[in-house]
Design a protein around this ligand. Structure first.
Ligand code: NAP
Length: 248
């Protein structure tokens, strides 16, 4: 089956590296105009430049997604320029791991605000024209850890499980507006986020992945791409595990 894409305006958070970069590049390859958001202007700028150099349409926007006021200001600017963002991918995320006994309130709050509240901020800032247009796609990046939990990641797992609750509730709220809201729950994907794991930890993780390897950012991008296509208009409120079989 060939996927159908009508050129639209897409915004991807955390588009500077890893999974978000692969998603931004895939959406641009589909013909969408992609607003690449990351914290560091050099990383989203580099991705937007590469998309432009490849003949796509992209713009970079450096925004701290954990800062509600900064996101609201960015949304206002974006809507002034583009009128409507049709596709929103909430992908930005961080880890600040530690056992609960040692986890500081700051490490809890930073992960919740960057990984979960950020999605609330972007949706609040961009939803009005999307609901008026009666077409939209929202994809929230969760994690296998949000589905299964993980020792040492209570902050991260709570944020990622929160993304699932947000997705399912919003799918119900937006269903009459022809806006689909879905989540993708990656397993272990080769990016900067997992590169920090010691080799023996990586081997241990691989031993519990049925496909016995980490995924690539493109594995997540292709699922997001499908969910953002015209073909996926009858799918909403779902969580797609892309994890080599971990959450079976
Ligand atoms: P990554 O390589 O570390 O990249 C994270 C991206 O998020 C970067 O572009 C970074 O911006 C951006 N970001 C972080 N904090 C931000 C903030 N406050 N404001 C704006 N942008 C911010 O991560 P990844 O592995 O691609 O992960 C992407 C998403 O998938 C995350 O939500 C992660 O939790 C989720 N996930 C990853 C895995 C995995 O195994 N890798 C598994 C499950 C879920 P800069 O480039 O400017 O620093």
């Amino acid at each position: 089956m060939q996927l159908t894409h009508t050129p639209r305006v897409a915004l991807v958070t955390g588009a500077g590296r890893g999974i978000g970069k692969a998603i931004a590049e895939q959406l641009a390859a589909d013909g969408h105009t992609v607003i690449c958001v990351s914290k560091n202007p050099a990383s989203c700028g580099g991705v937007a430049d590469a998309i432009l150099a490849a003949g796509g349409k992209a713009v970079a926007k450096a925004v701290d997604v954990s800062d509600g006021a900064a996101v609201a200001a960015a949304c206002e600017e974006i809507l002034k320029e583009y009128g409507c963002v049709d596709i929103l991918v909430n992908n930005a995320g961080i880890t600040k791991d530690g056992l609960m006994m040692r986890m500081s309130e700051d490490d809890w709050a930073d992960v919740i605000s960057t990984n979960l509240s950020s999605a609330f901020f972007w949706i609040k800032g961009l939803m009005r024209p999307m609901t008026k247009k009666r077409w939209g796609r929202i994809v929230n990046i969760s994690s296998v850890v949000g589905v299964q939990g993980n020792a040492g990641q209570t902050n991260y797992a709570s944020a990622k499980a929160g993304m699932i609750g947000l997705t399912k509730s919003l799918a119900k709220e937006f269903s009459t507006r022809n806006i689909t809201v879905n989540a993708v729950a990656p397993g272990f994907i080769t990016t900067d986020m997992t590169a920090v794991l010691p080799e023996e930890v990586q081997q241990k993780i691989k031993s519990v992945i049925p496909l016995a390897r980490f995924g690539a950012p493109e594995d997540i991008a292709s699922t997001v791409d499908f969910l953002c296509s015209e073909n996926a208009g009858y799918i909403t409120g779902q969580v797609f595990s892309v994890d080599g079989g971990m959450a079976m």
